[in-house]
Design a protein around this ligand. Structure first.
Ligand code: HEC
Length: 159
């Protein structure tokens, strides 16, 4: 079983060596005037759903878990957060152009309805992130009322 000992040793050495590559785990400073809630009325129930299920990847208020300090998990987590923030960042909502914001609102309801977000793995590690059908409805009703051109306040959708 010498080969097994060697293999385990090699894996341990590898695990130690890869720790050298440390992705940055930054939370850029949040400017309150760029928060989504500064330009849109976000009701408390919707805000609570975003907070427990989306903020870690879609805001600058990421709570970095302990395993995000250990490679290779750290690489995966940092990659997800960077990708997530570039698609949709609640903390930098005010800096996005109107088209991107309208797309994002539509995308939020779509991703939830299709059960694409918050993804398959995140809710396993964060059980409170799981969304019920009622949660999804709550979010979709909201995105439909605030989306420019959809319902409330415009006559575009009314005959
Ligand atoms: C574990 C990290 C993570 C969580 C949690 C998460 N997302 Fe994402 N999200 C991503 C990543 C990464 C992408 C970009 C890649 C992709 O589209 O799959 C993304 C993309 C998106 C997009 C753009 C999709 C597109 O293709 O246009 C929307 C909208 C979105 N997420 C909404 C949400 C909402 C709403 C929640 C909370 C219910 C959420 N996400 C939770 C990581 C996450």
């Amino acid at each position: 079983m010498l080969w097994l000992k060697r293999l385990v040793l090699a894996l341990v050495v590898l695990l130690v060596v890869i720790q050298v590559v440390r992705p940055s785990r930054s939370n850029p400073v949040v400017d309150p005037k760029n928060e989504m809630s500064a330009s849109l009325a976000v009701p408390p129930d919707v805000a609570a759903i975003f907070a427990r299920s989306c903020n870690d990847c879609h805001s600058n208020r990421t709570i970095w878990p302990w395993y995000s300090t250990v490679a290779p998990a750290s690489w995966l987590v940092a990659f997800d957060v960077n990708q997530g923030r570039s698609e949709l960042n609640f903390s930098e909502w005010g800096m996005a152009d109107p088209k991107k914001r309208a797309d994002a609102l539509e995308g939020i309801c779509k991703e939830l309805t299709e059960k694409e977000m918050p993804g398959p793995i995140y809710p396993i590690l964060h059980p409170t992130a799981k969304l019920t059908d009622a949660d999804i409805q709550t979010v979709c009703r909201w995105t439909q009322t605030v989306r420019p051109g959809a319902g409330a306040g415009t006559n575009q959708t009314n005959p």
